[in-house]
Structures are given as C-alpha cells and as structure tokens.
Design a protein around this ligand. Structure first.
Ligand code: THU
Length: 133
C-alpha cells in the first residue's frame, strides 16, 4: 500500500479522537504485513493519566484481532485537527512498537494534504528494552 493512502487512513481515524482534555486530535493507521489496516485514535479521560494514545489504540486493536506482523504505521496529530505539523510518537508508544515490530518497521509522520516523513523505528528508538530469555 502507498504510504500516502495510509496517511489518509490516519486522518480518517483521527475523526473519532476523544480529546476533551487537550483538544489535540491524533489518528493512526497501522499496516500489517498481510495488507490489513487497523485504525486508532487517542482516547482521553477526565483523569488525565488514563489517556491512551492513537498509536497504542491501533496496536491493541490489531493484537486483539490476532495480528502478529507489521510493516508500518502512519500518524497524524494536531490541535483541533490541524495537521500542518508532524506528530512524532511518544516514548511509551515507541516501546509498544518495539515489542511487536522488527527493525524495518516504518513510522510515517503525516501532515495534511498527504505529505509525510518516513522513519525507521530502529532509528527513533535505539536500544529498546525486550525481555531476554
Ligand atoms: N497523543 C497521541 O495520541 N499520540 C502520541 O504519540 C502523542 C500524544 C495524544 C495523547 C493526548 O490525548 C494528546 O495527544 C495530547 O497529549
């Protein structure tokens, strides 16, 4: 799948953002290696620390559906849904990506009009923690 289309899916996902605390809307579209796409939005809570980021929503959606192999995630985010700037994933979400993805996993940072930057997880999250057997 073209990553421009994945960015469009992330923008669609952002429409469901529940962001009553920050008004910062985030959408994520997670592409599995088999071509399936899982969407996620940020889900805030009046008790702020309970908030779940869009990227983790997409991953938990996919994992709970039995998905195991991932190619890329597109992310858009901005105040009141203004996607003129990129929205890099937070450290917690990078750790979740590290748990489920291999070193070629791509992070697509989208903006409005389908423009995007392409990064590799291994560059944005070096030396991530995994349990050693
Ligand atoms: N947020 C995400 O959904 N993903 C990120 O990677 C960074 C932050 C959300 C959490 C919160 O709902 C809002 O953006 C402002 O922090």
């Amino acid at each position: 799948m073209e990553y421009k289309k994945l960015v469009e899916q992330a923008i669609i996902a952002s429409k469901n953002a529940y962001c009553v605390v920050s008004n910062y809307k985030v959408g994520a579209a997670l592409l599995a290696k088999n071509g399936k796409v899982y969407l996620g939005c940020n889900i805030e809570n009046s008790a702020c620390s309970v908030t779940n980021c869009a990227e983790r929503t997409a991953f938990f959606n996919a994992i709970s559906d039995g998905e195991k192999e991932f190619e890329a995630i597109a992310i858009v985010g901005g105040l009141y849904g203004d996607f003129s700037k990129i929205c890099p994933p937070c450290g917690v979400c990078r750790q979740v990506m590290n748990e489920f993805c291999d070193e070629d996993f791509k992070i697509i940072l989208g903006k409005k009009d389908g423009e995007y930057e392409e990064h590799l997880l291994k560059n944005l999250f070096p030396l991530g923690f995994v349990l050693q057997g």
